[in-house]
Design a protein around this ligand. Structure first.
Ligand SMILES: [Zn+2]
Length: 433
């Protein structure tokens, strides 16, 4: 299929933006990209999908979420972190079943696809149910069970049982073309050293991603200084869990030494501006991480602390938050923000060789925003419209690995009417269970 549009944002190494351009998609990959007129001549028999006055761009990549938490969207807001977690979130999560996780994951996937997101990195519980939903939807994902020192959990009575169920999930995911397995210890303040090191060992043996919440708040730093006599990053480095297959989520309360260590170990990091603002965690220093050569991705965090899974909204917030924090409008220009949501996030998923840009040989993962909408005109700088003007509702098509999963209000792999009906019952389910 030849996809044609007014603009194609490639996000290639030169950050080229093509006008009156086309993407040739065959199977799961992009086989060619260039001027529409030239590609039509080069491939005269190719079927054409002309998206018209639109901008095709790489599918956005949500580098950190707890995807089934859409079942708690709006359930508990405007509370202090510990009250929010211990009084509202943890008791509600204790009621979870695989069926609810599957439903909530599908609901979240519908939201991701609606807003042009083609891949996500999840950290939650009952990950087998997340897998079932993501597999059925056909979205790209890195899925990893969260683990801490607290047992029994929803998945296991003890740590050995956790690793047994982890191995079973690994069998399920290891040869999947769109879903990869990961291991995600929750955080250093919830997970003892021996478990962190065992997770690292498993990740290295299986060559999978290791993700962990890191340096989210000042309280976390204070706790680590008391318990470990070191700041969180120094502690993690001393126990040998930081390497190039590591994704550090949040990185709010960090200093120059922390950044130097993370850069030296080759870890990727993820910025979650909405969650950091809503939970009043603080502002992550982003330019400092980028200057040190760290790949910084962008994520929404879970739908209970955001409360959306909308990466357009996240880009907008990321740009504005850094400018305000530094009192400097030059911070976070549009190209930097889009880089985080595409190329940076692709690295945070450990998948940068296939996704994050639209280039020959790369995966055909993309979305397209209509420029006919009133908030998208005129177009002086298409990147500016994408980052500052778009809400994500302008998205008209979402394609993952060459397959159309969403187009003009219709999902091809989700029975949305049914999901909506079930989602509307979640409020009663929570009250009655
Ligand atoms: Zn999180």
């Amino acid at each position: 299929m030849l996809y044609i549009a007014r603009y194609v944002i490639t996000q290639n190494d030169k950050r080229e933006i093509l006008e009156d351009a086309a993407l040739l998609v065959r199977g799961t990959v992009i086989e060619d990209i260039g001027k529409a007129a030239e590609l039509k001549v080069k491939y005269p028999d190719e079927p054409i999908e002309n998206l018209g006055n639109a901008v095709i761009m790489p599918g956005l990549i949500n580098a950190h979420t707890h995807i089934p938490m859409s079942f708690l969207r709006g359930y508990s807001d405007d509370k202090a972190l510990m009250d929010w977690l211990y009084k509202d979130i943890f008791p509600a999560e204790a009621k979870l079943t695989p069926e609810i996780v599957e439903l909530a994951t599908t609901l979240s996937c519908a939201e991701l696809l609606r807003f042009g997101c083609t891949a996500f990195y999840d950290m939650y519980m009952l990950e087998k149910a997340v897998f079932k939903a993501a597999d059925r939807v056909g979205i790209r994902a890195v899925l990893g069970e969260s683990v801490s020192s607290f047992f029994p959990s929803l998945d296991a009575k003890n740590i050995d049982e956790f690793f047994e169920s982890f191995d079973a999930n690994d069998e399920l995911m290891k040869n999947h073309s769109l879903i990869r397995h990961a291991i995600n210890p929750h955080a250093i303040y919830t997970t003892e050293t021996a478990i962190l090191q065992r997770c690292r060992q498993v990740a290295d043996e299986k060559k999978i991603r290791f993700g962990i919440h890191m340096c989210e708040t000042k309280t976390e730093t204070t706790g680590s200084l008391e318990k470990n006599k070191q700041r969180p990053i120094a502690y993690c480095d001393s126990i040998g869990i930081l390497n190039e297959n590591t994704t550090l989520i949040h990185m709010v309360d960090i200093n120059a030494d922390d950044i130097a260590t993370v850069a030296a170990r080759g870890c990727a990091t993820v910025h979650n501006p909405a969650s950091n603002m809503k939970l009043a965690s603080g502002v992550a220093p982003i330019q400092e991480q980028l200057d040190a050569g760290i790949a910084v991705g962008l994520g929404t965090d879970g739908p209970a602390s955001n409360n959306a899974q909308n990466m357009f909204r996240e880009m907008y917030l990321a740009a504005l938050l850094q400018k305000l924090d530094k009192q400097d409008p030059l911070q976070m220009p549009v190209q930097t923000v889009l880089d985080m949501a595409t190329r940076g996030s692709a690295t945070a998923l450990g998948w940068a060789n296939e996704i994050g840009s639209l280039e020959k040989g790369k995966a055909a993962d993309f979305c397209a925003l209509s420029l006919d909408e009133s908030n998208m005109q005129p177009v002086h700088n298409v990147l500016s419209n994408v980052v500052y003007s778009a809400t994500g509702m302008e998205n008209i098509i979402t394609v993952v690995a060459g397959k159309v999963l969403y187009k003009n209000g219709t999902y091809t792999t989700i029975d949305y009417a049914n999901i909506l009906k079930e989602a509307m019952n979640l409020n009663d389910w929570l009250k009655n269970n």
